[in-house]
Design a protein around this ligand. Structure first.
Ligand SMILES: [Fe+2]
Length: 232
């Protein structure tokens, strides 16, 4: 039994989009993912997919992509990414009902792995695409959603947490953020995030042990689509 994480599959079974233009690492990346998961994982394992699952704009355009995810071994827990337009955060329960016992959508709720609670939300960080004010508003909203996830887990008696974000926990040059403060306040042991593509972005945020918390980047191209072991 093990807990793995991988982000940014950017699947496009029903769309013209291709990730191949972003470099060799993206060539047949679905097949690589499938092969690596089959080799590494069994149905006893849990895989947290850390956002940007599909290019589909609506649920009916994601059908094949979600079916692909379903076909991977083990229990699959999904976090929202910035490209996951099929997933309205306020309607997460609807997705959980629709995909009951097949896929698990993490938003304003939590899942458990051994004595750990798996908590998470999309997160956000300023990347120069909007205004500082707008970014701060989104960070605030995401922090609130993350807090709900933590509080639900706490209410259920959990004291150990693994925290998942799609966006990196800090912005360029930051050592701390709304999200790292929360991780410290709740005594999180690991923070796992994705979203950063390309060599020049892999070091945008925290990596390794910082203030006693282990930070991991699990974007697909960073890991060459081999899920990272988070907990045995
Ligand atoms: Fe992303």
């Amino acid at each position: 039994m093990a807990l793995y994480a991988l982000g940014d599959l950017h699947l496009a079974y029903q769309s013209e989009k291709t990730m191949d233009i972003f470099g060799k690492v993206w060539k047949n990346h679905e097949k690589k993912t499938e092969k690596n998961c089959a080799k590494l994982m069994t149905d006893e394992d849990t895989l947290v997919l850390v956002g940007d699952h599909s290019w589909g704009r609506h649920l009916d355009e994601c059908e094949y992509d979600l079916r692909f995810i379903e076909s991977l071994p083990g229990r699959k827990i999904l976090v929202r990414g910035n490209h996951d337009n099929f997933w309205d955060a306020k309607k997460t329960q609807r997705l959980n009902d629709m995909f009951k016992d097949r896929l698990y959508f993490l938003q304003n709720n939590f899942y458990s792995y051994k004595d750990y609670a798996i908590v998470g939300t999309k997160g956000y960080c300023y990347e120069g695409f909007d205004t500082r004010e707008h970014a701060d508003m989104l960070i605030e909203r995401e922090a609130k959603r993350l807090k709900v996830s933590f509080e639900e887990a706490r209410k259920a008696g959990y004291e150990k947490f693994i925290m998942f974000l799609h966006y990196p926990p800090t912005e360029l040059g930051e050592r701390d953020s709304r999200f790292t403060y929360m991780a410290k306040a709740y005594g999180v042991s690991q923070v796992v995030y994705a979203h950063c593509h390309g060599k020049e972005r892999f070091h945008d945020s925290l990596l390794g042990k910082v203030d006693g918390i282990e930070y991991s980047l699990v974007s697909g191209d960073f890991l060459d689509f081999k899920p990272k072991l988070i907990l045995p």
